[in-house]
Design a protein around this ligand. Sequence first.
Ligand SMILES: [Zn+2]
Length: 390
Amino acid sequence: MWMAAALAMSAAAAQGQGGRGRTVPIKPGEECPPGTTLVRVGQCQAPEWPAPSIVDYRPTSTLVVDEHPVPRAKFPVIDIHSHTGPTPESIERLIQEMDALNIRVLNNLSGGYGAELKQRVDFIRSTKHANRFTLFANGLNGFRDVEPGFGKKAAAQLEQDVRNGAIGFKIFKPTGMDTLKKDGTRLKINDPELAPIWETAGRLNIPVIIHTGEPSEFFKQPDMHNERWLELALFPDRRQYLNPNKVTFEQLLAERNGMFRRHPKTRFVVAHFGWQANNLAQAGKLLDEFPNVVLELAAILYDLGRQPRSAHTFFVKYQDRILFGKDTYAPSEFPYYWRVLETTDEYFDYYRDYHAFWNLYGMGLPDAVLRKVYHQNALKVAPGLPQSGW
Ligand SMILES: [Zn+2]
């Protein structure tokens, strides 16, 4: 105690001032100036010690409540949004990890196309775990340099890939946002040139999973009000406010919705809840407007877990329209998803500070909803998934 007090005093002395008498008055509606915090109505004060960086400040919660960690999902899971597929070296380890977590099927969205895709499928089929791994095909040439005639070629490639074993089609984030056409303009996702691909997916009865945009805060200046400040400071490639195409979040969603509207017979899976898990009313509108659209929940757990009651209501209302996905395959991270979806635990840690500096709460979903989200909905949306044994 004495040591701490002495250290605190020396820190204050080093700054050449005491803790008192440093309050700054503010008027109603005004914000405290930088370096100060509200201590009384209309009064801001600077801390006496140098403030730690938000990178280092990791306070230990003193809250004592019941805890129910969930190492294994309550029902078998299809991870529709993975980028991990088996190799001869990894397959036995993957199966062990998946069994422990109760993940029945891992769906690799990075299946590629052509010979590469066929090789991946053929390997899966050659193993004794052929019903545990599936994959989606990707766009010809990564949708780069699109010019007249591209759509038909890409659609033909998709048809070939489905014949070779792909069970869906994945559109990656750059498509629609960064990728340029041969003429140097941005390839919009609703470009009519791409229409044959969506029509083909509909005819072949396979889903198209689409990643559009980024969290809306990535399109805004990283100021002291931006809740994703740390993530933007860490990763230059996420700074969409610097996007050379100057495209906005709203514009990307409008272009995507235009495509949904024009292809009502194609099933679309909106990855990451369309980055609207922080605005469930908007996410609900999307589902209401487009019966051919479902949502997938990868990498938005921090948004569900900070609004457990709203999220519970949403999941019950739209229980037939939500698929489980995780994106990054990390066995230690899946249990956080099980715990948020299954329990009513309160104020527990999340695994990545740069996503969320807040803690999570459980949604306590009923079993019938969990079964749908974990696997039943995916089985309907992607008929190519292993359909037996559930
Ligand atoms: Zn992904």
